[in-house]
Design a protein around this ligand. Sequence first.
Ligand SMILES: [Zn+2]
Length: 411
Amino acid sequence: MRYRSTSMFFAALLTASSVVWAAPLLAQRPPAGGGFRGGTTIQPGEACPAGTTEIRPLTCMAPANEPPSILDYRPQSTLVVPKHTVPSAKYPVIDFHGHPGGNLGSVENIERMGRQLDSLNVRLMIAAENMSGERIARVMQVVNSSPTMKDRVRVLAGINFQNVGPGWAERAVAQLEADVAAGAVGVGEISKGFGLSIRKPDGTRLRIDDPELDPIWEACARLNIPVFIHTADPSEFWQPLDNTNERWLELSLFPNRSYAGEGNPTFEQLVEERDNLFRKHRNTTFVTAHLGWHAHDLGRLAKLFDEAPNVLAEVGAVLYDIGRQPRAARDFFVKYQDRILFGKDSYQPVEYPYYWRVFETNDDYFDYYRDYHAFWKLYGIDLPDDVLKKVYYGNALRILPRVSKAGFPNE
Ligand SMILES: [Zn+2]
């Protein structure tokens, strides 16, 4: 059969295959309502109305069934790819961001924790629990009473930021010196309340870069101890709780984590004060917790690292951001391999292997451990061995001169 023109060819084609072609053509030029059940046409730049989703360009439709809530929607992945779970880390690990809590309460408890740490290959737990005075003495007594754990736990000292004013710095420095003499190997974890909620006696907010605090940071440099500091929180916590917020579920489960209301310093203010502190005290080593809450913007953390060689960062509780950008994260870890420390934060032995799997494998699309941090899957970043060793223990040993290197590979 011959056609006299192209339009005749298409006319015949349309007639011949009308059943097959009808639906897509309708979709491209939908009448009002899109021609679909419950369909709605939208204009370019508009979002679909609530309860509908875009099924063709500019056409939205509601599902026929009542949708499950985000809590209950748990699709099982059908992806078939190699799977390498990693129950135990490849090299011995220092957990720089430890919160062992009651596990330090007795020799029996600490030894039970030791067996859990053995199965994970965590060699040293740094208890970042702001301990001071009596409490350090009590914990070090427990640690030293255990033949198997005496080299496996160390503590950081806390700083009391109440009543910052005349005389404060002398008292704080004296207490810190006593705490270091009692066994503390660093300072921290300075809590997020510092900057956010702690006030001076006159009622004003204690800024992170307040010059009245300078003597304590100088003392840390003199004592050669790192300062572990948690500043701000995920930037989404300052955003409205609506259906565009990546942390909707967390903020809804824990409403007091939202800083979107009046009266709170902004995320940017806190980060600026923190960075002023880091830049002002270049002889003091600072470790910013949770990758400084820049794990979703590694370029920004790179800029901080470039500006402030005295700053390192710790990976606790931001694995969801590392594992969703495996190529960029791998490049970042390789480039800044001397600046990143392993830390877990909340002590849950079953959660550590998720970190090992992200750092050590090339696996695709696997589950994370906590839905309210992330509704997405993770990918391995397959770090080279020399980078892995630095992140797991090498960098921590370098900044913690009071910690014994026994039990770690010595290359
Ligand atoms: Zn912490």
